[in-house]
Design a protein around this ligand. Structure first.
Ligand code: SAH
Length: 254
């Protein structure tokens, strides 16, 4: 009897492990497959969660720019995170994206995008591509988006996700964003999603006249700074307190 129970338990463990490993195989973040494998009701649930996110987390907290709200209603945030985090994708919080990095809370993405005052004909630079979600929001609003990510694996994954979702106006490069992306400068807006301790001079240089940069500045805790470049001066305004991952200066083997 004891033996029988033990072998049943062993068999159940094997079946469970087999199920888990086939589930694990589905964890690879391939949005096209995720989309095609989702049932209609699941997609509808995500759409409903997205509508609620826009109403309660964004509009309810003072985000007013209709183009930002439309972009946040449009981009499928759940397709930018690993399958295991999809059910949390529309929650009011940042989420892990691997390599010790995070995708920002939806409100912060909307706040930064609104503060950058982007027009449809604008060229925008983002520093810190991460999973590519903020880049996709910018891609909905601006004409051209250039985004730099220092961790090669994240850059590659973001490139793949953005391609699969059809964002042809977004280019992702692997490198140190502190230096900007001189070849396409000047930029009408620059959004920085990793925190440096001071504002990188190359980014100020690559900002167009009348352009805006939105950047968290500080060590452990930061202030969100909105910088405006006019003909003859740079105006910096500290806005909300935030907490971002630090801006790294050198690529290392991840
Ligand atoms: N905007 C991202 C989230 C950014 S998390 C999104 O929507 O998912 C911050 C990202 O900045 C991380 O992926 C981190 O690797 C990257 N990063 C840090 N220092 C950097 C640097 N010097 N240049 C470019 N990217 C950097």
């Amino acid at each position: 009897m004891y033996f029988n129970l033990a072998s049943i338990a062993l068999l159940s463990c094997c079946v469970l492990l087999m199920c888990m490993s086939s589930y694990g195989a589905e964890l690879s973040p391939n949005p096209a497959r995720i989309q095609s494998q989702s049932s209609n009701s699941t997609i509808e649930q995500f759409e409903q969660q997205r509508r609620q996110m826009v109403e309660y987390q964004l509009r309810g907290r003072g985000i007013k720019d209709e183009r930002v709200l439309a972009a946040m209603s449009q981009v499928p945030r759940h397709q930018f995170v690993d399958l295991s985090w999809r059910d949390w994708a529309y929650n009011d919080r940042p989420l892990p994206i691997g390599h010790d990095q995070t995708i920002s809370q939806p409100y912060i993405v909307a706040y930064m995008t609104e503060a950058a005052e982007i027009s449809p004909e604008d060229k925008v630079l983002e520093i810190g591509t991460g999973c590519g979600y903020q880049a996709a929001i910018l891609g909905e609003i601006a004409q051209e988006v250039y985004s730099i990510e220092i961790i090669p694996q994240l850059a590659e994954r973001a490139r793949r996700t953005l391609n699969q979702l059809g964002y042809e106006n977004i280019k992702v490069k692997t490198g140190d964003g502190y230096q900007g992306w001189i070849e396409n400068a000047p930029y009408d807006a620059i959004i920085v999603t990793a925190a440096p301790e001071h504002i990188p001079q190359p980014l100020i240089d690559q900002l167009a006249t009348n352009g805006k940069m939105v950047i968290p500045v500080g060590k452990w805790y930061q202030d969100m700074v909105v910088l405006t470049k006019t003909q003859d001066r740079i105006v910096k305004k500290k806005t909300i307190p935030v907490r971002f991952v630090p801006m790294r200066r050198k690529s290392r083997a991840w």
